[in-house]
Design a protein around this ligand. Structure first.
Ligand code: ADP
Ligand code: MG
Length: 284
């Protein structure tokens, strides 16, 4: 029998801007043990801003920014968007001879005859580019030209307002464990996790790693995954309840999710759990 109250729950949640793709997810929401969050775009705004450009080996800051912007021209990643925004000029696309987005790493491109890499430490290691130790409080995007480190772009993101309170309230509602997964570097991950009071975090993950960690945590207990990106879609599918951000979230994530928070406001998680618990168990 289908508890009739589930339909009421789905209806009530839709009025709160939470789309639930089936009454059975109301039951899962009632008794969540673990909630696993993606970081970028889920716990943080996912809107990056270039706040620092440093060059090495003689190139100017404007040149470095231009090269990076050209390399990122085809990418929709929030990092790419911030670099293109900072550059602010139109592109002569004929200068981009080759372009490749390497998942969880960054960009490999050929621009004006030069081999360009724009991405994280892992990308630099993959192509044996030597990089110095850099102290920057945020996401560091390394740039290399013809295999030589040319400088970095420092990018910052902001934690969504109210997230700390949401994590606190989830605990009060009986959620046992909160976890954060991210492809971003360990330092940024640690700071975000500390600031908002997440129990555990795992950083520098490739999209495939996110699935592995998820499988480990699922381990028989009722588990939600909350995410926004294309990379999150496989994990959203595997979760007992996959919850996506409907505003800035990618189509793939929204499609893969069981529950969609239409305005990306994480406090709707609290509403969702409360409403699912209030839902009367009238069966037919
Ligand atoms: P997340 O959404 O958790 O940041 P991603 O897999 O999208 O996970 O990205 C992981 C990391 O890979 C980023 O933090 C960044 O360091 C690097 N990266 C991915 N795409 C790009 C890109 N287009 N330009 C530069 N760096 C990138
Ligand atoms: Mg993300």
């Amino acid at each position: 029998s289908i508890p009739l109250g589930y339909f009421a729950g789905v209806g009530a949640l839709s009025k709160h801007g939470v789309l639930v793709k089936g009454g059975n997810y109301i039951e899962v929401l009632k008794n969540l043990n673990t909630i696993i969050f993606d970081k970028t775009g889920t716990l943080t705004e996912g809107v990056f801003e270039v706040v620092e450009i440093k060059t090495y080996n003689g190139i100017s800051e404007n040149e470095l920014l231009e090269i990076a912007a050209y390399a990122e021209e085809h990418s929709n990643h929030p990092i790419a968007e911030s670099i293109k925004k900072k550059y602010g000029k139109t592109f002569d696309k004929s200068l981009i001879e080759h372009y490749e987005e390497i998942s969880g790493h960054g960009i490999k491109a050929k621009i004006k005859g030069k081999e360009i890499l724009v991405g994280n430490k892992k990308l630099m290691e993959k192509f044996n580019v030597k990089i110095p130790e850099i102290k920057f409080n945020g996401t560091i995007v390394f740039v290399s030209i013809n295999g030589i480190f040319a400088g970095y772009i420092g990018i910052s993101d902001k934690i969504k307002p109210g997230v700390k309170e949401v994590i606190k309230k989830l605990k009060k509602l009986g959620v046992k464990k909160t976890v954060m997964l991210t492809g971003d570097n360990k330092k940024v991950a640690e700071e975000v996790a500390k600031e908002i009071g997440i129990d555990e975090y795992f950083a520098e993950l490739l999209p495939g790693d996110k699935i592995k960690f998820f499988e480990k945590y699922k381990n028989g207990v009722s588990t939600a995954f909350v995410g926004d990106g294309i990379n999150d879609a496989p994990v959203l599918t595997r979760a007992d309840v996959g919850i996506a951000m409907g505003g800035l979230g990618s189509d793939a994530a929204i499609e893969a999710a069981d529950v969609v928070i239409m305005d990306d406001d994480l406090s709707k998680l609290i509403d969702s759990i409360k409403i699912s618990r209030k839902t009367l168990k009238i069966t037919w």
